[in-house]
Design a protein around this ligand. Structure first.
Ligand code: FAD
Length: 412
């Protein structure tokens, strides 16, 4: 066991929050060391947006607040201090332009997470940040105003400590929840970690063979114990086991096992409107195939085949021969197809972690612990989780920036 020379700031974790905090603190003249358990930084960042990195969202940053569930108020000072526009400028000034999709998602124009990571790592190196890989932090002790950070073979000593260890989903990336016991050992409370942005695993899912089919802005409602308790509209993807896609992931915070999700494949129409429209079309085209009429609603052909089968309607049935019960079944399948929720994807499948270091114990204007002076939390280790669309990375960058600013302007 060796003891390293002390540093102004020790950061645990080289994800986007830790790296960004490091380069901002170093640019203000602080001596910074990052301890990362993996042999390379940003493993989760490389997966972001399927490797294309949906880094933030377009639009006024105050409109971001509703995308963090009930925790928008906490994240507001961080977002205001370092908004999406500042993040976009940071990368643009270093040669990486951004592009915005029609849905408002912002990606690097190269659509490569590696380009984002490369800039962050290079910026740290240029500014003299010490990056120590293969240094899993096991324990932290706080004594005489100093933090002693213990890895398997070294003890590091710092005046300020930033915990940037991320959440605990996709554990293969290194985010295994290590920040929670460390924060607890320093007196912090941890809001129970749970999967967020999780896919739905369905009971007897009838569309498993159609995995990969996706729908833009599909309306769906949530039913619990026979009562409709909510509705939403978003992009939905069929998987082998159930439902995913941004619409489902964002709404997953409200879904529980045992619920039913009713999908409308015919758009946002009322039951009365649809029943009338469908019945009129059937009556007006007695010799047409029922299938032809259903295809008029712009439903993918393979799904139409499955829906007809599930409704008991033969593929070659004409409108004139559609029995009343078959028509009722088909209307239900098209307008409110019930998908029974067996479970939600667990920590291995969820994109982010709900829960984490409890918010009342952190000052939102600085990210400093209210319990231990000099201790800071940034990124997903905090009890913050955002919707899909770039809100989680923006939170990581903004909290990292704010902590760096607070540390470097603190009178010591
Ligand atoms: C598949 C997937 C796709 C995603 N896509 C997007 C997207 O497109 N847009 C978006 O906004 N968000 C996306 N997210 C979420 C986003 O990637 C995370 O919210 C973000 O990476 C959190 O950043 P962080 O720095 O707080 O933590 P992390 O990125 O999790 O980094 C934490 C780092 O700390 C290290 N560490 C942990 N414990 C220790 C320890 N004991 N000692 C030393 N080091 C340690 C880890 O190895 C890791 O490198 C996605 C997530 C996943 C899983």
């Amino acid at each position: 066991m060796t003891t390293e020379t002390s540093s102004d700031i020790i950061i645990i974790g080289a994800g986007p929050a830790g790296l960004f905090c490091a380069c901002n603190a170093a640019s203000a003249g602080e001596k910074v060391i990052i301890l990362e358990k993996n042999v390379t930084p940003g493993k989760k960042l490389l997966l972001a947006g399927s490797g294309q990195c949906n880094i933030t969202h377009d639009g006024p940053v105050r409109e971001f607040l509703v995308h963090y569930g009930d925790h928008g108020r906490f994240i507001k000072p961080a977002l205001m201090n370092f908004p999406n526009t500042a993040l976009i400028s940071f990368f643009k000034e270093r040669g990486l332009d951004m592009m915005t999709t029609a849905a408002g998602k912002v990606f690097p124009s190269t659509q490569k997470s590696t380009d984002v990571l490369q800039i962050l790592e290079q910026e740290c190196r240029t500014l003299g940040v010490t990056l120590q890989y293969h240094q899993p932090v096991r324990e932290v002790r706080h004594a005489d105003g100093h933090f002693f950070v213990i890895t398997r073979d070294t003890t590091y000593c710092g005046n300020s400590l930033v915990i940037a260890t991320g959440g605990m989903t996709y554990p293969g990336t290194g985010s295994t929840g290590d920040g929670y016991p460390i924060a607890s050992s320093l007196g912090h409370t941890i809001a129970d970690p749970a999967p967020a942005l999780a896919p739905v695993l369905a009971d007897r899912f009838p569309f498993g063979e159609l995995a990969g089919i996706s729908f833009d802005s599909l309306p769906f409602s949530l039913v619990r114990e026979g009562k409709k308790i909510g509705s939403h509209n978003g992009d939905v993807l069929f998987t082998h086991q159930g439902l995913s896609g941004p619409g489902i992931l964002d709404y997953s915070r409200f879904i529980q096992p045992g619920d039913t999700i009713r999908l409308s494949f015919v758009g946002p129409v009322s039951k009365e409107q649809f029943v009338k429209d469908f019945t009129d079309r059937i009556a007006a085209h007695p010799v047409s195939l029922v299938r032809t009429i259903v295809l008029q609603y712009k439903i993918p052909e393979r799904l139409v085949t499955t829906l007809l089968k599930l409704s008991g309607v033969a593929g070659d049935s004409t409108c004139a021969h559609l029995a009343k019960q078959e028509r009722t079944n088909l209307i239900t399948s098209l307008l409110e197809f019930p998908v029974l929720v067996r479970d939600l994807g667990g920590l291995k499948e969820a994109m982010v972690t709900r829960g984490g270091v409890s918010l009342p114990e952190i000052d939102p204007k600085t990210m400093e612990s209210r319990l231990v002076p000099g201790l800071y939390f940034v990124g997903e280790v905090i009890d913050i989780d955002g919707d899909t669309g770039g809100y989680n990375l923006q939170a990581a960058f903004s909290t990292g920036y704010l902590a760096a600013k607070a540390i470097s302007t603190k009178v010591r």
